[in-house]
Design a protein. Structure first.
Ligand code: ZN
Length: 425
């Protein structure tokens, strides 16, 4: 095991690798714009000199292509690991979408093919295995849906009790996953930040491993593995740009940490520019980058990308650091632009993704329009979650199917009508 401890990203204090130090005890909360702001998150530290001697491209290549391939870089042992074979997702070269947007070298990292159909499985596998290591019997999180569904699945497999708390407006597909996996599922009126604040207060005295994004520090570690996979899939090099859908920023920073680690370990020579794409309705990280501030938003509105909207997150300082260090970029996109991206992905590339999972495609389209990226640059968009989680929305934005009567003639005449139409297109 190569992890050495936790370090506060605000004051630099060092702590043992224990859950009570996921947040720095020295750095207190302050109330800003009605939100409890906490800048003292901690980060898992590693002995990189020892790792340099132990890991290699050849070692990784001997193992199955999934998250556990990189176990040394995740502080995971070899024995008794709970897994659903997460990670190892495809990196798809997009010809049709690239042409539509005006690019020559566009890739999609398709995270919809993870076991619970979102990138959150990369985080949950670490959360649950660490919970077992810490001797915990229960895990829980506040979530906009995907993280809860994922945690519920991994907790079931690990025989851990699971409690999840979500806004009452969470898409039904995500709620259904939580309940069928057997998690105690609580829904509450209110926005994420309000619910999270009440939740932290409520679980203070309970022996439950807190696993919300921005809080449990192993979630950042899970995000690193997307960076490892992209580099390996491109032949051990990083692309020019990585475009992510940004909510809490945990995932964005995790990927950036992963790219930097590979460079530190001499496994790649370059790192990409990181880009955060968030909804106009409320993205503190995008606004923070544009306005050079780390303050919470004064307000947020509703968006179809419900998994991304927020006013503040514990990982905001780290996400801003990733954008700054990588000389990256951040941009807002509207709901209409997100819906267009859903259609493009489905109809041009056969990828069925949810609104929160495609903001990156809307964003890269805007970056091409404004000349932020060159046509030939290598760009990877992270498609973070499946559209099957919100089938009602997909039905609303696509063409209605035709109900026909049961006769061969009716089938033939309908097919003929469409063949004629398609032939003209
Ligand atoms: Zn601190």
């Amino acid at each position: 095991m190569y992890a050495t401890g936790l370090k506060c990203v605000n004051c630099g204090a060092l702590y043992p690798l224990q859950p009570e130090f996921f947040v720095c005890p020295k750095c207190g909360l302050e109330k800003v714009r009605g939100v409890s702001v906490f800048r003292g998150t901690t980060e898992v530290q590693y002995d990189y000199e020892a790792l340099k001697k132990s890991v290699s491209k050849e070692l990784f290549a001997k193992r199955p292509f999934n998250l556990l391939r990189y176990r040394e870089l995740l502080d995971l042992g070899e024995e008794n690991i709970i897994t659903l074979s997460e990670g190892g997702t495809s990196l798809i070269k997009c010809k049709n979408l690239a042409k539509k947007i005006g690019l020559n070298n566009l890739w999609l990292k398709n995270e919809t093919s993870n076991p619970t159909h979102s990138f959150k499985d990369r985080e949950s596998v670490l959360v649950v295995n660490k919970a077992l290591e810490f001797g915990k019997k229960y895990v829980s999180c506040v979530s906009s849906g995907n993280a809860a569904a994922s945690l519920a699945a991994y907790a079931a497999r690990a025989s851990l009790g699971c409690f999840v708390l979500m806004p009452a407006t969470t898409p039904k597909g995500k709620i259904a996953q939580c309940t069928l996996y057997g998690a105690v599922t609580l829904l509450m009126d209110g926005i994420y930040e309000e619910i999270f604040e009440l939740y932290i207060e409520a679980i203070k005295e309970l022996d439950i491993l807190e696993s919300s994004g921005g809080y449990n520090r192993f979630k950042v570690e899970g995000g690193k593995t997307i960076a490892y996979e992209i580099c390996e899939q491109l032949g051990w090099r990083a692309p020019a740009w990585v475009i992510d859908n940004v909510g809490a920023g945990t995932h964005l920073y995790g990927m950036w940490k992963g790219f930097k680690e590979l460079r530190n370990l001499d496994l790649v020579e370059n790192v990409p520019k990181m880009v955060a794409i968030g909804p106009k309705a409320g993205s503190p990280i995008v606004t923070g980058f544009k306005e050079k501030t780390d303050l919470p938003l004064t307000r947020s509105e509703e968006s179809i990308a419900d998994g991304l909207v927020g006013r503040w997150s514990y990982d905001m300082p780290l996400a801003l650091k990733a954008l700054r260090e990588s000389t990256g970029y951040a941009e807002h996109v509207s709901d209409l632009e997100i819906l267009k991206a859903m259609e493009w992905l489905a109809q041009l590339e056969g990828v069925f993704a949810e609104p929160s999972g495609v903001a990156c495609v809307s964003g890269v389209s805007k970056m091409v329009e404004t000349g932020m990226v060159d046509k030939g640059e290598e760009i990877v968009c992270i498609i973070t979650g499946s559209g099957l989680k919100e089938p009602e929305l997909a039905r609303r934005i696509s063409k209605e199917p035709t109900l026909i009567s049961a006769s061969a003639e009716e089938i033939r005449s309908n097919l003929q009508k469409h063949l004629t139409r398609l032939g003209k297109e």
